[in-house]
Design a protein around this ligand. Sequence first.
Ligand code: HEC
Ligand code: HEC
Length: 481
Amino acid sequence: MIQEKQNKGLFSVKGFFLILLISLLLFLFEIVMHDIVVPEAVAAAEISEGEEGGNIEQSDDYKRGKKLYDGFCSTCHGENGDGKGHAYSFTIPKARDFTSGIFKFRSTPSGQPPTDEDFIRITKRGNPGTAMPAYGEKISDDDIMLIADYIKQEFAPELFKIEQTPYVIGDPPVATPEFISQGREIYEKSDCADCHGNYGRGDGEKGWKEDMKDAWGDRIYPTDLTLPWQLRNFASVKDLFRSLITGFDGTPMRSYKSDYSEDELWALAHYLRSIQIQRVSNSPLSIKKTNKIPASTYDAVWSDAEFADLVIGGKKLFGWSLVPRVTNARLRGVHTGSQLALMLEWNDKMPDRSKNKRTPDSAVMYFPSIIKDTDPWIDKGDRRTVFDVWKWNAADDRASEAVRKGSRESKKKRTDVRTVSSYKDGVYRVMFIRDKSTKTAADITFDIGKEIIYSLKISDGDNEEQGDRGGVSGQRRIILE
Ligand code: HEC
Ligand code: HEC
């Protein structure tokens, strides 16, 4: 139960304000840090002449390493390196406990410590989809090495005595269709799908049926490999190859180095790259005419329809996002001249469709139908704008409608929208179907050639996303042809 409660996305609402405070402090600290000028070369030269020889030099570096660590890293990784910083209860996954002697992201064989390059890479690029920030150029490589030396010395001295034999990863061979399909075959004959699902969306049964935990005792989930922006160890073919040969120590993701030849692992990496979603923003999205409204969410019509990908993000509070589980939604649409169907698609590792779930998965579409403002950005809190709201949730599996004005939402008595939905291989598809125009004044009317504004909210029940906690999109447009 406690575990479940913790699975609330990157930051829980409770923790949010604390994080806000911490980030403010970090920000202030950073300003202070920038004022420190360390003429390192000069200092080193002077000190080596000194009475106590290299010790003083080392201790200056040590002090600077500690200072940088305490300032930049300890909020999450803890003053003692045990991962129990102030943010301990609020980030998922938790910051690494450096004292555990286990590192996920290495270029070395399983069990060996990471290299200096690994430290630099992770500190500069962060771990996408987690709280681990990308420091970019904010900290110089030399300073990162001082922090790393401090971490090694203070928190994991035993581990770093082990000699490292890092893999040398060359440039990837050129991708050909044959090479990619060889990769697909390896994916199928290996055990990847047990955890990552048939199409890599993280929906494999092992991840959900078993209570999958990491070495630190926290619940973890197989990665949705189709969403490159949230791959922790990064998403290029070379990055994927690295993940496959090294595995992630401390997690069920093991090294596949001894299972396959180097060529086979490159093929697999190319296949994984080929299944990544490349977002297409497409606004206005053109809604083409067709003979009849498709009967199902996998009707042949949908494979030809244009689509638009919408970034789903957390609600912004004072510039901070509460990060939801679902991060992308795809919209397609067709119309017959009198009716239209808009189909939403998003990935979900495990559907929450049962009636007794407190929070089922849900999707909402907002259409500003009566616009009094000339501002093209229509605020949902604006009392002068009326929104036609279309809702669907997995437990009822049917549509309901509401009218929204300012922050007030009232249920519409008559529902003019119906839905057809499916969940297959980690993908939800929900088709909203309605006449182009209805009798209700607050309803949106879809005229041919007129741009219609819409936005979305997608909530993952398993992540207890309800009310304001669901992921939202920005405003985009569709146009009926
Ligand atoms: C806001 C919280 C936060 C801050 C600040 C932070 N980290 Fe992290 N860090 C994390 C989280 C969370 C992870 C774990 C990611 C995972 O397990 O997928 C992590 C992981 C890491 C890893 C990877 C460890 C491994 O297992 O391979 C390194 C290295 C690291 N952090 C270094 C740093 C350094 C150096 C700093 C300061 C310059 C820093 N972090 C600051 C949250 C943070
Ligand atoms: C027993 C379950 C399991 C199996 C089998 C498995 N994985 Fe994983 N995999 C995971 C988990 C769990 C993670 C995420 C670890 C974490 O939370 O940091 C992961 C992470 C990954 C990543 C890195 C994702 C990132 O964020 O950078 C890649 C790539 C990957 N797996 C590919 C594969 C491939 C390809 C196979 C088959 C050859 C495979 N996995 C087999 C459980 C598994």
